[in-house]
Write a protein that binds this ligand. Structure first.
Ligand code: FDA
Length: 582
């Protein structure tokens, strides 16, 4: 029997693997996906889908599907801290960019708004579109091991239905096999940090809670009850899965002891405790235990094997970054693999994958863990840390409502503690502000622009090479289109103004010389793309005669501040360097 061969073998069909498959299929790359189980995720783990991810899904042509099934931003953000859903409300925070003062930042930054889409719904959308576009997806197929040489990788897999073991030969492999990645282990990726720092349990249940939440719609209700500071993600959490009758509770447990046996009775009691009403009918759907990690790989690549997603960054769900970052990893890698495989780029382009993504992985692992630590000031403000006695904790928490100097101090401390949670729930800079440094970014000699506001909370648009392309609306054929709509689609885009028209011919010459696609756009009065509000002129940071060269992943690859003597020569040289071409 001949060996099954492919250009890229993707291992795993979670957010990282499924989005890699979708992007590869969209770029026309021959690939196979293997995944261990009979279908996609069976529990709704990830849900917060941030703007950068929705932009990527927009480029991949599936934003409408995601939006049709997701819960919109407007219903995501009245996040409550309480003693139970029927109990005392301790505080409320506007989250995920829904504060009126923050809404403008989010609206101005992207053509796409964030939404809430459980992983159980996202994965079938990704896999479905990938398969429709050409992915060959093999469920019930387990990765067992690999061997690589100069030409490719031989992966041994097992069909879990028949038990039959067989090899697949691929030119490249993407290990997207999650937080316990065997692929990352087998290729010896180096990691820093620790796994299983705290224990959490998920309880998925059905219950109609609309009466308790309709006046404060949110995807997260944080519940402070004695015990909520033990293990877990810092507090008891009632999380909306589908509005408003499907939910997930996250509760902590002491990971140093034996794992708790969570039966239906125990799960129902936890649910009723957090709701604060044991008369509400509850149907438990599933329970599971998981560990909170603080671990990241410092290298994502070993030869022809690339790892993506939780395989290389493992952290708690705080900030909702896991699935988002996994999808963004794969999006970064897919166009590079496509170009190397087609000969449009040299193999050196692939070095830029971990140069660009490993710093992001480290950043989000540390951010998510810090967000857990930042529950500490809330516990302190409420007097949770003053005693181990649950009754005293409750009394200390209630004491904040009294007319005493101590209670007034408590109230101030609580306000500050809740404000600190902005770094978890409104960290727009973390979500959109990535500035890559690698061989696939050609600098223009200008220094990195300084941050004028907090870089974690606020996104700072810039066309400095390596940064994400700033968004603004342009006019085209009577419609509004985003700068992001002109970028992406697996090819380069070049933006210039009327006095830079020569760049169009330069782009044609460069494209011909390198045999690649470059879409060149002159943005200005009377042209195909009009700078409707002059926002592009304000954002572009180059003269009207300059240009901004955008990579297929909507990051700036190079720019010219003005029109040079030889625009075609300069552009070709920049692209050749970026693409590792001779
Ligand atoms: P993931 O674990 O999802 O997928 C791994 C894939 O590999 C699976 O398809 C599996 O079957 C397959 N596989 C494993 N071993 C294999 C083998 N040997 N052979 C073949 N296939 C194999 N993130 C976020 O962005 N926003 C959010 O709001 C949240 N919220 C959230 C809440 C909770 C409670 C949790 C626990 C987690 C989150 N997350 C999150 C994190 C998110 O769930 C996580 O980061 C992603 O699932 C990671 O996606 P991956 O594809 O990397 O791994």
């Amino acid at each position: 029997m001949s060996t099954l061969t492919t250009d890229v073998l993707v291992i795993g069909s979670g957010p990282a693997g499924a989005s890699a498959a979708l992007a590869l299929a969209t770029h026309g790359v021959d690939h196979i996906v293997i995944t261990k189980y009979r279908w996609t995720a069976n529990t709704p783990r990830a849900h917060i889908t941030n703007q950068r991810t929705v932009e990527i899904l927009r480029d991949l042509g599936i934003e409408d599907d995601v939006r049709a099934q997701g819960t919109p931003q407007d219903l995501m953000g009245d996040t409550v801290f309480c003693t139970s859903l029927t109990g005392d409300e301790i505080g409320r925070v506007r989250t995920w960019g829904t504060h009126p003062a923050r809404r403008a930042d989010y609206t101005l930054a992207s053509p796409s708004s964030n939404c809430d889409l459980p992983q159980t719904l996202l994965e079938p959308i990704l896999v479905g579109h990938a398969a429709e576009r050409g992915s060959r997806v093999r469920f019930d197929t387990e990765y067992l091991g690999l061997e690589q040489d100069d030409e490719g990788v031989t992966v041994t897999v097992r069909d879990r239905l028949s038990g039959h073991t067989y090899p697949i030969r691929a030119k490249y492999v993407i290990g997207a096999d999650g937080g316990r990645s065997q692929v990352a282990k087998d290729v010896g990726l180096p990691f820093e940090g620790q796994m299983d720092l705290a224990g959490s349990m998920n309880i998925v249940f059905h219950a109609d809670l609309s009466r308790l939440v309709e006046h404060r719609p949110s995807v997260l209700y944080w519940v402070l009850q004695p015990g909520s500071d033990i293990g877990g993600i810092g507090m008891g959490l009632v999380r909306m899965v589908r509005p408003w009758d499907e939910w997930l509770i996250v509760w902590g447990y002491d990971i140093s002891g034996p794992p708790p046996a969570v039966d239906d009775a125990m799960a129902t009691k936890i649910v009723h405790d957090l709701i604060g009403d044991d008369t509400i009918p509850v149907t438990i759907r599933s329970t599971s235990l998981w560990g909170n990690n603080k671990m990241y790989a410092t290298r994502y690549r070993a030869g022809r094997v690339f790892c993506a997603g939780d395989a290389v960054h493992r952290h708690p769900p705080s900030n909702g970054l896991g699935s988002n970052t996994s999808i963004q990893d794969s999006y970064n890698l897919a166009w590079k693999l496509a170009m190397v495989l087609s000969g449009a780029a040299g193999p050196g382009l692939l070095d830029s994958y971990d140069a660009e993504r490993a710093p992001v992985g480290k950043q989000i692992v540390l951010r998510a863990n810090k967000s857990i630590e930042e529950f500490g000031p809330i516990f302190e403000a409420l007097g949770f840390t003053e005693s181990d006695d649950p009754a005293e904790k409750v009394a200390n928490m209630r004491a904040r409502t009294e007319n005493t100097a101590k209670a007034a101090d408590q109230r101030v401390a609580l306000r500050k503690a809740l404000e600190l949670k902005d770094y978890e729930f409104n960290a727009h800079g973390v979500e959109l502000g990535q500035r890559y440094r690698s061989g696939a970014v050609i600098g223009d000699g200008t220094p990195e622009p300084e941050y004028t506001r907090d870089p974690e909370l606020y996104y700072h648009p810039t066309t400095w090479p390596g940064a994400r392309l700033p968004h603004c609306w342009l006019g085209h054929g009577g419609q509004k289109v985003s700068t992001h709509d002109l970028a992406g689609k697996g090819r380069f885009a070049l933006f210039t103004g009327i006095s830079g028209e020569e760049w169009v011919a330069a782009a044609e010459i460069a494209a011909k010389q390198l045999d690649i696609e470059i879409a060149a756009f002159v943005i200005g009065a009377g042209r195909d793309h009009i700078d409707l509000y002059d926002d592009w002129a304000r954002l572009r940071e180059v003269e009207e005669s300059g240009c901004v060269l955008v990579r297929p992943d909507a990051h700036v690859g190079w720019r010219a501040l003005t029109l040079p003597n030889d625009p075609a020569g300069d552009l070709t040289a920049a692209l050749a360097a970026l693409l590792d071409r001779p």
